[in-house]
Design a protein. Structure first.
Length: 644
């Protein structure tokens, strides 16, 4: 009986997942579908799949299935009520009609249903944060100080959070329903083409023979893989399961191998053209086109990976490591001949974004372009050969072969749609929960008061305010996904940076960077923990080594917060100057961190080299006049005294 229940749960989850993916494709194709209907259906599908994939009690399948079936029906009802009563709800905004019983019923149920789904599908910490904000919404009138807000009864909160597009169906849910799901589905289609293995082969072909080649290949592969993965943990597991053992084999310590992969994989969320889900939210919150955000993020991402690559090289030279053997490294020409067609969907995506099409349309066309990749794939060509061989034997054999291959293709399509929805459920539920948090912050006015608090504590100094925002982002990142962390910080703390004169794009990019870096920052560093598990070493050592290697990554947000030219914003002369000085600064800081350039450095040399690098972080000719000569002097001294 229990086995039947498990099979039934699996079947229902697969059915919901395929229907969800199909509906999202229909929503992307049908441009006249109302945004609220799309978001309501998105919420229903996400809640249903979250409950089906995460049982209440694993040890009691019958009781769990009964409870979860009821929760699934209620989750469907939350979105279905909005869809069926859509016309009345739209007119209600104008006529200010009273709420009905069903408005109150489903609105009151929506919050606990979402929080429970968050606890199961995302993390308990995010559910606790969401619950605290939900409680704060009702208890605020009885609090004091910065926490106190004007009275609001439960009916007013239900109305705001459930019946408007400022709460549950607000911007985070809209971004998840419109952009994020499609890109995750795009990733699922790409994985069917085995593009991840192609990226790994290219990375090893490019760097495998160099000193510490396996570690360098990890950096290159993770930057490539960042174009098809918006999750630091998924990137770590996806590439790390292959690269970490090879890095250890090449001579690096296990903790260093794990740190390299964790750092490289975290940068994947910051790597255009497909960044993490937070980038889509940023485009919606700021009104800046997504392609412009990608262009602005490109140079900081190159600094991020350039610093990681340089540190790995210096560590390899410092410890005398060698490259991989020739038989272990794929041939670059053969690899490109065999799989270069696999990058077609990425090329299509970039072309449509550059031509000014919407992100939704670009993602949809990229998904369609994967059909061409499937046709060119060796498995498809083999299937075509089997069909041709069948027809050569006779019409009956040919029809039978065609039927077999068609059934196999349909099953493969179903598995891809299923996989895409399962991959998306975590991000979707996190965004829906973030909608509750944002709704409470907005209606209670807590965001403005918190921003004022940051401005007051910083004393009007930009550096102090940036440090406070970074700390807020890292602390929230302990209990939230990157997307939810960024959404909360952008609502709570980023407005304080506006007041102090930080550029809008710089302020939001700053928050997103530290939301991503929370995956490396203790005590909850999920990317480092995942890498430590693969490397079979202590997570804390991996975590702190990743932070040391990523010191430049922690400095980059301060660099573009002070100087937006690093985001390619401003006059050409300023952009060129900022890029050149930042490159020199990154090189100097990388050498100081490893303690090696052409030879090992003593502590005084490391301090001077690090000071030269940091001085070039701050904008202005004065700091550059100090930093550049000092960096050149230290590098020259290191070179000419290398024999000693």
């Amino acid at each position: 009986m229990e086995a039947k229940i498990k099979r039934l749960r699996h079947f229902l989850a697969g059915t919901v997942a395929i229907c969800w993916s199909t509906f999202q494709l229909y929503g992307a194709w049908n441009v006249i579908l109302d945004a609220l209907i799309l978001r309501a259906a998105h919420v229903s599908f996400a809640l249903s799949l979250a409950y089906l994939l995460n049982p209440s009690f694993k040890s009691k399948p019958r009781l769990s299935f009964a409870i979860d079936s009821g929760l699934v029906l209620l989750g469907i009802g939350v979105g279905l009520h909005i869809i069926t009563d859509f016309d009345r709800l739209i007119q209600r905004v104008i006529s200010v009609d009273e709420m009905t019983f069903w408005d109150l019923f489903f609105g009151a149920l929506a919050v606990p249903l979402i929080l429970e789904a968050t606890r199961r599908a995302v993390r308990s910490a995010l559910a606790i944060v969401g619950a605290c904000f939900a409680i704060y919404a009702l208890t605020g009138p009885y609090l004091f100080g910065i926490l106190k807000h004007s009275a609001a009864n439960i009916a007013e909160w239900v109305e705001y959070l459930y019946l408007t597009t400022d709460g549950i169906f607000g911007v985070p849910t809209g971004v998840s329903a419109t952009f994020v799901f499609l890109f995750i589905l795009f990733v699922a289609f790409l994985q069917r083409t085995r593009v991840g293995q192609f990226y790994l082969d290219v990375a090893f072909a490019l760097t495998g023979r160099a000193r510490g080649g396996a570690a360098k290949a990890s950096v290159v592969a993770s930057s490539f893989f960042g174009t098809i993965s918006g999750s630091a943990v998924a990137n770590t597991v996806g590439t790390g399961s292959f690269t970490i053992p090879l890095i250890i084999k090449s001579g690096y310590k296990p903790y260093f191998a794990g740190a390299v992969e964790a750092l490289s994989s975290t940068g994947g969320q910051l790597m255009p053209p497909i960044m993490g889900a937070a980038a889509f939210v940023m485009a919606e919150l700021t009104g800046i086109p997504y392609w412009d955000i990608c262009k602005s993020a490109a140079f900081p991402a190159l600094l991020f990976y350039g610093a990681a690559f340089l540190m790995i090289h210096l560590e390899a030279v410092k410890t005398g490591l060698r490259g991989m053997d020739n038989e272990e490294v794929p041939n670059l020409v053969e690899t490109l001949k065999r799989g270069s067609y696999m990058v077609l969907p990425i090329v299509v995506l970039i072309i449509f974004l550059v031509l000014g099409y919407t992100v939704t349309k670009a993602a949809l066309m990229s998904i369609i372009s994967t059909v061409v990749v499937f046709v060119l794939d060796r498995r498809s060509l083999d299937a075509l050969g089997r069909i041709t061989k069948g027809f050569s034997k006779g019409a009956r054999d040919g029809i039978y072969s065609f039927g077999q291959e068609a059934a196999s293709a349909i099953v493969g399509l179903g598995k891809t749609l299923d996989q895409g929805a399962r991959m998306a459920v975590t991000v979707a539920v996190a965004c829906i929960c973030a909608g509750i948090i944002v709704g409470v912050i907005t209606l209670s006015g807590f965001g403005l008061r918190f921003s004022g608090l940051i401005s007051a504590f910083s004393g009007g100094y930009v550096l102090f305010a940036l440090v406070l925002v970074a700390m807020t982002s890292i602390i929230l990142g302990m209990g939230m996904s990157t997307t939810a962390d960024y959404i909360t910080v952008s609502t709570l703390a980023v407005p304080a940076l506006y007041v102090l004169g930080v550029n809008t794009l710089s302020a939001h990019m700053f928050a997103m960077y530290f939301a991503c870096l929370s995956m490396l920052s203790p005590p909850v560093a999920l990317a480092a923990y995942a890498a430590a598990g693969i490397a079979q070493t202590g997570p804390w050592r991996v975590c702190f080594t990743a932070m040391r290697l990523g010191i430049v990554a922690y400095m980059i947000p301060f660099m573009f917060a002070y100087n937006p030219a690093l985001l390619l914003v401003g006059p050409v002369g300023e952009v060129v100057q900022a890029c050149v000085t930042s490159l020199i600064g990154v090189v100097a800081l990388s050498g100081a961190t490893i303690g090696f350039f052409f030879r090992r450095m003593n502590p005084i040399e490391r301090i001077l080299m690090g000071g030269a690098g940091i001085s070039m972080i701050f904008p202005g000719l004065a700091s550059d006049y100090i930093g550049i000569p000092l960096a050149v002097l230290m590098v020259a001294w290191n070179y000419f005294t290398r024999k000693r």
